[in-house]
Design a protein around this ligand. Structure first.
Ligand code: AMP
Ligand code: AMP
Length: 338
């Protein structure tokens, strides 16, 4: 049995780092926060980081990677990690890295992502390749985790062109059928050690200005000429109707299996299916995040679902640290490294 205290846990100071570092400490690990200069305060104030490595920008990760390797630290990727490094650069990470790196290629490209979701048998919104074909409300989105900034709604080709000129010049976009229903994000965790899929919780994003338009009367919305945008500012926890759970487990299990067919390896650790449930209770999935999502942040002390299973505070960050700890103690660390 190897000693887990020979290892440290490191992550970039943003997104879900508070939770990741706190979870690591709760499991007994020493922690490293790679922080941008002038942005250390939260990690100091909440006492989650034992050490800091300062950088001018997260993009400089590779210039400090030697220090991470020397510290024998395992890097935990999150939304900022992938957003600032880019998925191609993540492949070049030499430090110990928690997660399936190969799957990021399938996550970052919307065509490949769709193939993955389709192969898993999930219901997806229709895609419009040619704006001439727009025959209903559509949402125009961009690649990567950009937090919904500049997405727009169009009902026909003219509105589409107008939106592209305003928001999307030169950006690679995808046009999807707009599903009228409620958005729900499912937080999963799959451990390659016990081969079990867990549903950790659910959230919905708090988006500006989408979440505030309903605060003024329709008449005022029209005169103010508002365009809907989805800039994420925070996350709100949700519990779902219990009868939806069997289907939600099935969807997650299918995603894990198909990832193995695509990359030769299961998807493991935390991941999230993002979609909308319509009034017929059909769950349309428009995106997958193959890593921890910030929507798990309301559950630093555990969610109603993790409470059912663990009877102790179990955040997704802590669940990651526990997986790593168990892997080290069983001499199976390679099972959780990408
Ligand atoms: P940041 O470090 O805040 O710039 O975020 C990095 C990436 O993660 C961006 O693409 C954000 O849109 C995304 N992100 C950050 N926080 C959240 C959140 N609370 N919910 C969803 N996505 C987020
Ligand atoms: P995303 O960045 O893909 O998570 O999308 C940002 C927001 O846009 C989501 O929280 C949803 O409210 C909304 N959204 C995205 N795609 C769709 C869709 N196909 N139908 C309805 N709403 C969507």
């Amino acid at each position: 049995m190897s000693e887990f205290s020979n290892y440290k846990i490191a992550t970039l100071g943003s997104h879900s780092a508070l939770q990741i570092l706190k979870g690591a400490k709760d499991e007994g690990f020493s922690t490293i926060c790679v922080a941008e200069k002038g942005r250390l305060k939260p990690y100091q104030s909440y006492k989650v980081a034992d050490e800091f490595i300062e950088v001018d920008s997260f993009k400089d990760y590779f210039s400090i990677e030697k220090q991470i390797i020397k510290a024998n630290a395992i890097v935990i990727p999150h939304g900022s990690f992938v957003a600032y490094l880019g998925f191609q650069n993540v492949q070049k990470v030499k430090a110990m890295y928690y997660g399936n790196k190969k799957i990021l290629e399938w996550e970052s490209d919307r065509t490949k992502e769709r193939e993955w979701l389709e192969k898993a048998g999930l219901k997806l919104p229709k895609i419009y390749k040619d704006p001439k074909e727009i025959d209903r409300a559509v949402i125009v989105k961009y690649d990567g985790a950009s937090g919904g900034k500049g997405y727009f709604i169009a009902n026909n080709q003219a509105e589409f062109n107008d939106g592209i000129n305003q928001y999307a010049k030169g950006r690679k976009q995808t046009t999807q059928e707009y599903i009228v229903g409620v958005p729900i994000y499912v937080h999963y965790f799959y451990s390659p050690l016990n081969k079990e899929l867990e549903v950790m919780g659910f959230d919905v994003r708090y988006e500006s200005n989408a979440n505030s338009i309903g605060r003024i009367a329709a008449r005022d919305q029209l005169t103010a000429d508002i365009r809907t945008s989805y800039t994420v500012t925070g996350n709100i926890p949700i519990v779902v109707r219990e009868s939806l759970l069997p289907k939600i487990f099935e969807m997650g299990e299918s995603i894990v299996k198909v990832a193995k067919k695509l990359t030769g390896r299961e998807l493991f650790g935390p991941f999230c299916l993002e979609g909308v449930i319509d009034p017929n209770l059909d769950f349309y999935i428009f995106e997958i995040s193959a890593r921890i999502v910030a929507g798990t942040n309301p559950f630093i002390n555990g969610s109603p679902y993790t409470w059912l299973r663990y009877n102790e505070p179990m955040s997704t960050g802590r669940r990651i640290a526990r997986d790593i700890k168990m892997a080290i103690e069983d001499d199976k660390l390679e099972k959780v490294l990408g």
